[in-house]
Every structure is written in structure tokens, then in C-alpha cells.
Design a protein around this ligand. Structure first.
Ligand code: CIR
Length: 257
């Protein structure tokens, strides 16, 4: 898939109050701003035009825009985030998508869905069912995707402890290759692809991001970076420490199309 655009949101100073399960301490806001800027530049270097929306101080986790929408061709689906404190972020992104996508639909209450649970593999979507995305949310999205000619299947991750979203553990690298947390490699929805396994001590790096001719990899995960390079893909490493403190990874910081 070739990407030409990305939508980001500037971190808010309130991000220090974001939801987290990581015991890595509070994020340093100034460092987060600098890392966010480097991320923006990395997308631009990969050929994307980026739009950075204003910070939303009322929503500490709003920098993780990926969770607010799912993009599929000319369709944008606003999500209904599973965490109560994040509900409303999706409405703040609507205007930015309406000018671009011919159809902007919405996951309706009481279903919940986070974009981080949705992994697109060419014309097929894996729909993570998690603590954030419920079955009704996955089914509602599946129905909208079917109408647009995409196939999908649910992947229940509720029994996999320590994995927030499906894409915390599985990301598509293009050319039929999945980057997968090694603990999940045997899942039937995953095992049918060529998998690059991420060792458990580098689990955070399973959220690396293919953008056009390169893969963005979080800095400090050399085993995973080497495996991706050995698969013939160019890697670019980015420091993500302040977002990792909030359980957020490279894919979470943008919507791409
Ligand atoms: C949250 O718990 O919702 C945020 N602190 C992190 C969201 C990360 N988003 C993603 O994986 N797509």
C-alpha cells in the first residue's frame, strides 16, 4: 500500500495523565514534543504530506489518533473508543476526515472499537477483540467493510495478557509479511502469513510501522530491527520512549492513507 497523507495530533501537556499499564514513569512533555516532531519528519521523509491537528488538553491520550478512526479506501469510520476518558476524541477528528473521505460513518453505541485493534493486510482486515474493542464493535466494522468489498475476521486477544491492542502485537509489513510478537505466532489468523517473530524481550517493537519504502522501528530494539533489515526492508529508528510510557507505539501516532 502506498501512503501519501497522514493525520497527527500534537501531544497535549496533559498527556502525563494518560492511561497506562507501563511502569516506566511519567512522560517528559518537552521530550514527547521533540519525539513527535521527529516522527512527523520521518513520515514526510517517506513521502507523506502530514497535517498536525491542535492539541486537545481535555483528552490526555488524544495524541494517539489511530484509535479514533479506521480508514478503508474512500470510507472513514469514526470509532467509539473503549476507554471512557477517550470517548469524544473521535468527534474531534471528524472535520479533518470529512473533507477527504467521501463517506464518514461511525461505530454506534453501545459498541466500542479502538483503531489500534484493526490491522489491515491488503484487502483483508484483522479485527482485534480486546479490552477496548468489543465483539459488537468488531461486527459493526466488519459489516461496513464488507459493503466496501473488504474481507475481515475477528481475532480475540482478550486472553493474551499485557497486550493492549491487536497492533501492539501484530503489524503488516507489506509483501505478505507480518511482524508478530512471538507469543502469538500460532494463531490461525496469523500463521498463514510469512511471520517475522519479535522476541518477547522486544515485544514493544512489534508495533513497527511500514510506510512506503521503509519501516519505522522504535529505537533500542536492535534484534527486531535486524530481522526486518534481513527481510530486505529499509529501517529507520525513532526514539519513542515518552509514548511507550503511555502504552503507545509508532502506529498509534497517526492515521495514514
Ligand atoms: C491508551 O491506553 O488508550 C493510550 N494510553 C495508548 C493508546 C495506544 N494506541 C494504540 O495502540 N493504537
Amino acid at each position: 500500500m502506498t501512503f501519501s497523507q497522514a493525520l497527527l495530533r500534537r501531544p497535549a501537556a496533559t498527556m502525563v495523565a494518560g492511561i497506562t499499564t507501563a511502569a516506566l514513569g511519567l512522560p517528559d512533555y518537552q521530550l514527547a514534543l521533540a519525539q513527535h516532531h521527529q516522527y512527523d519528519l520521518a513520515l514526510q521523509a517517506a513521502g507523506l504530506t502530514t497535517t498536525v491537528l491542535e492539541a486537545l488538553p481535555d483528552f490526555p491520550d488524544s495524541v494517539f489518533v489511530e484509535d479514533c478512526a479506521v480508514l478503508a479506501g474512500s470510507l472513514a469510520v469514526l470509532t467509539r473508543p473503549g476507554a471512557g476518558s477517550r470517548r469524544g476524541e473521535e468527534l474531534a477528528i471528524r472535520a479533518a476526515l470529512e473533507g477527504i473521505f467521501s463517506q464518514v460513518l461511525q461505530i454506534e453505541a453501545p459498541a466500542t472499537l479502538d483503531g489500534g485493534d484493526i490491522c489491515q493486510i491488503d484487502d483483508h482486515f484483522l479485527l482485534g477483540v480486546s479490552a477496548r474493542t468489543d465483539r459488537a464493535g468488531a461486527e459493526a466494522l466488519a459489516a461496513l467493510l464488507t459493503e466496501k468489498g473488504f474481507s475481515s475476521e475477528p481475532v480475540d486477544i482478550t486472553s493474551w495478557s499485557g497486550i493492549l491492542h491487536l497492533k501492539s502485537a501484530i503489524n503488516y509489513l507489506g509483501d505478505g509479511m507480518l511482524l508478530v510478537d512471538e507469543r502469538l505466532a500460532r494463531h490461525p489468523a496469523i500463521a498463514r502469513y510469512e511471520c517475522i517473530l519479535v522476541p518477547q524481550q522486544e515485544a514493544y517493537a512489534a508495533n513497527s510501522l511500514r510506510v512506503n519504502d521503509r519501516v519505522l522501528v522504535p529505537a533500542g530494539f536492535s534484534l527486531t530491527q535486524k530481522k526486518i533489515s534481513q527481510a530486505g526492508l529499509r529501517t529507520v529508528s525513532l526514539n519513542m520512549s515518552e509514548f511507550q510510557k503511555l502504552d503507545g507505539g509508532l502506529s498509534c501516532l497517526s492515521l495514514r492513507w
